[in-house]
Design a protein around this ligand. Structure first.
Ligand code: THU
Length: 159
């Protein structure tokens, strides 16, 4: 048996340390929480996708009385972006979440299913997506899904 070392490096940034474009994306994700439909969890998540032409597509979590029929903000945004602009690669994704009026202090971690979808979108366009996870105490920045989903399943695993 031998160890297999997995390293994950992410950055924690102040808002002021982000580029203007990333700051705008985080603000868009915060604003997108207003479109969340979360009568059950009362947990409002917003996501903002930056496409290669600079445009932004928003998403927010959408819940349903039949629990599994809802969808997270990240997948709502990514699927909307890919459905409307199938030829434009996704370059960045920002996520924000609030309970009531208060945004989380720690960066909002995307669920496992959303991480897998982010990975799929990276593979689809052959480029990594900068991920910005907003928290009032700092923004976690990951250059690609790799650090958040090591040993992920990709289509190459089926070849
Ligand atoms: N949720 C998201 O939208 N994104 C995440 O990354 C985590 C969870 C939503 C799903 C559900 O509507 C609510 O937050 C509580 O789980």
């Amino acid at each position: 048996m031998r160890d297999y070392k997995i390293e994950a490096i992410v950055n924690i940034c102040e808002m002021a340390e982000l580029s203007e474009s990333d700051r705008e994306l985080v603000e868009a994700a915060k604003q997108a929480t207003d479109s969340s439909y979360a009568p059950y969890s009362k947990f409002h998540v917003g996501a903002a996708v930056r496409l290669s032409d600079g445009s932004i597509v928003l998403g927010a979590n959408q819940e349903n009385a039949a629990f599994p029929s809802g969808l997270c903000a990240e997948r709502t945004a990514l699927f909307a972006a890919n459905a409307q602009y199938p030829n434009l690669p996704v370059v960045a994704l920002a996520i924000a979440a609030r309970k009531g009026r208060c945004f989380l202090d720690k960066p909002i971690p995307p669920c496992g299913a959303c991480r897998q979808v982010i990975s799929g979108v990276e593979d689809r366009f052959g480029q990594s997506i900068r991920i910005l996870l907003y928290g009032t105490n700092g923004v976690l920045v990951s250059e690609g899904i790799g650090p958040l989903l090591p040993l992920r399943f990709v289509d190459d695993n089926m070849r």
